[in-house]
Design a protein around this ligand. Structure first.
Ligand code: ADP
Length: 193
């Protein structure tokens, strides 16, 4: 199995690049943002709880997200590998993920961190807000999401840097150029399927 984390602040292009990675390498995509939005749309108890945090730009509590990921991994026993997008977002989530994978006799192989200057992140997210229909893509909530990233999520990079698994990739060029840089790193572990 090959397991990849695509890491980076809100607006860094994780969703877009995940699609490219999934197509090229046939990994199973697990996006906590997408899973949570799906719960919100279906008005499940988890979705109702999660929405309170999401609409404020705050992280959803770890235990909620970890439980969701654990069931998702169990639903996909035949995966060639996973690409985690938007997860883990706290050190506790990273530690929980390491344990979940260890239990399955596998582990994270690589963490690719998309690096984009802050002003460009804000411009992209405000731009996306015009068409995404996402209630959290407005200036006030965007600022909060970026703040949550710095206070809670940036620590995830150090967690995997200590394990020697972190690679930083420049994410402010075109979608195609950025994908080429990501693919160059993934190719060291796994050939396109
Ligand atoms: P973005 O990275 O563009 O902010 P996401 O779709 O990944 O968007 O996440 C949207 C919101 O969903 C986050 O602001 C947060 O409230 C919630 N969320 C997503 N993933 C997680 C996670 N791993 N832990 C806690 N909350 C999360």
């Amino acid at each position: 199995m090959f397991n990849l984390i695509l890491f980076g602040p809100p607006g860094s292009g994780k969703g877009t690049q995940s699609e490219n990675v999934v197509k090229t390498y046939r990994l199973q995509h697990i996006s906590t943002g997408d899973l949570l939005r799906d719960e919100v749309t279906r008005h499940t108890p988890l979705g109702v709880e999660a929405k309170k945090y999401m609409d404020q730009g705050l992280l959803v509590p770890d235990e909620v997200v970890i439980g969701m990921i654990s069931s998702k991994i169990d639903e996909l026993p035949d995966a060639r590998g996973f690409i985690f997008d938007g997860f883990p977002r706290t050190k506790a989530q990273a530690e929980a993920l390491d344990k979940l994978l260890e239990f399955k006799n596998t582990s994270i192989n690589l963490v690719l961190s998309l690096e984009v200057p802050e002003q460009q992140l804000i411009d992209r997210l405000v731009g996306r807000g015009a068409t995404s229909g996402r209630s959290d893509d407005n200036a006030e909530v965007i600022t909060k999401r970026i703040k949550e990233y710095h206070t809670k999520t940036a620590a995830v990079a150090s967690h995997y840097a200590e394990q020697g698994k972190l690679e930083r990739v420049k994410g402010d060029n075109s979608i195609e150029d950025t994908f080429r840089l990501l693919a160059k790193q993934i190719d060291k572990y796994l050939l396109p399927a």
